[in-house]
Design a protein around this ligand. Structure first.
Ligand code: CTP
Length: 396
């Protein structure tokens, strides 16, 4: 979610993953960033500068001693212009050079001259990556404040299997977005979010669950992360990908969610319970598959824990936020839950609307606080709802 037009300088070094850097440039342009690309000499052997030029809509810089295109000294002007520099892919060579103060081409001199944050998205052969010299260089740079996006494991271009693959371009683009987020007002805060459905098992094959997609909770966790918080996400089963930079705890049942939330509760500043927790579970779990028999089958359910209510009882300094999924009497029901569960805020949404709520990317909510204030928001993306919610919490 880019706000004012910010400038990202992408440094491209010579590894087979160079082609993926094209995709990152394209994604950043779509997010409305000004993008400048610096290629090392070896990078130009993999992909032509013209491709980067076309996607970034800027002249690609690769030769420090080329005829000046402007009066500015290139490595100094880009170093100053950059709000962030990201090296994609970052080879052992560029990491080694920067870690040891070597500035012998346009990219390394620009990195040396900048005051902007620098990210390295490392990608290289797995044996190179695990080489202690490379690892020492990475640690050294991390101690100086340089950021690293670790490679993933998989089959590498050289045929080896192991760590060294460039992460998904989407993760890199999101990481850059997150670093450049305009609000960092949750720095130093701990935020715990719950998301998704819980399940209650009937037998080894069947279970009861609900329609929660987890999208609202994940959007809240990502917003909190981007605003600088230390985020724990306790999530029921969803099809969403794990957000980077968030401590993700996967749970299935009400009891597992309760245990994990309680374990983390004391040192949190803000707790947001966006999960759709099952209120009931089968009275008896059958450890054998229940066979079909009579025409009717009765299943007795028994009440399970109300996690949020428990947190309301335990609450000390924490800001506690609940959700209220309602099909009727939205505000009255939400207010009742706010009081009964001792919450600071409740986010009420009408689940009967087809284009918002469950599974949708959008939501239309009303936020109530304990002082009786009611804020009705327009239909907006779940990420924007998350943003508004933290704006409100931070107003205090
Ligand atoms: N919640 C919870 N534990 C439960 C049920 C709900 O922690 N067993 C939390 C939800 O995460 C949400 C809030 O309580 O933040 C309200 O959930 P909701 O399902 O709307 O309400 P319930 O309290 O279950 O009441 P009802 O189902 O009767 O509407």
């Amino acid at each position: 979610m880019a706000q004012d037009k910010k400038t990202v300088v992408i440094g491209v070094t010579g590894g087979i993953a160079v082609y993926k850097a094209l995709d990152v440039v394209s994604k950043l342009k779509k997010k409305n960033y000004e993008v400048h690309v610096i290629m090392t000499d070896s990078a130009t052997k993999f992909v032509s500068p013209l491709s980067f030029q076309t996607l970034s809509q800027n002249i690609v810089n690769y030769d420090m001693f080329s005829e000046p295109r402007a009066w500015e000294i290139q490595h100094i002007s880009l170093a100053k212009k950059a709000d962030l520099i990201a090296v994609i892919p970052a080879t052992a060579n560029i990491i080694g050079k920067v870690a040891n103060g070597i500035a012998d081409d346009l990219l390394s001199t620009t990195i040396m001259a900048t005051k902007a944050p620098v990210i390295f998205a490392a990608a290289m052969n797995t044996n190179m990556y695990s080489n202690p010299i490379v690892q020492d260089n990475i640690s050294k740079l991390q101690n100086y404040g340089y950021k690293f996006i670790k490679p993933t494991s998989g089959r590498l271009a050289c045929g080896d299997e192991g760590e060294g693959k460039l992460v998904d371009t989407e993760i890199i683009a999101e990481y850059i977005d997150s670093m450049l987020y305009d609000k960092k007002d949750l720095s130093g805060k701990k935020v715990l979010v719950t998301a998704g459905p819980t399940i209650a098992s009937i037998d080894p094959v069947r279970y009861i669950t609900n329609r929660s997609s987890g999208k609202m909770g994940y959007a809240i966790a990502e917003e909190a992360r981007d605003r600088g918080a230390d985020v724990t996400l306790v999530s029921g089963a969803t099809s969403l990908k794990a957000p980077f930079g968030v401590k993700l705890i996967n749970v299935k049942t009400n009891a597992e969610m309760l245990d994990n939330v309680l374990e983390n509760f004391n040192d949190q500043d803000i707790i947001i319970k966006a999960a759709a927790v099952a209120d009931y579970k089968p009275k008896q779990y059958s450890d054998k598959k229940i066979k079909k028999a009579a025409d009717e089958f009765e299943l007795t359910l028994t009440k399970d824990s109300d996690i949020l209510k428990k947190l309301g009882e335990l609450k000390k300094h924490q800001v506690l936020v609940g959700f209220a999924a309602e099909s009727n009497d939205l505000l009255q029901n939400a207010e009742k839950k706010l009081k009964n569960k001792n919450l600071d805020y409740i986010v009420a949404n009408d689940i009967t609307a087809s284009d918002t709520g469950f599974a949708s990317d959008n939501n239309k909510v009303t936020i109530l606080n304990r002082d009786g204030r009611t804020i009705s928001l327009e239909k907006m993306s779940k990420r924007q709802v998350a943003r508004k919610l933290f704006d409100l919490i931070n107003e205090k």
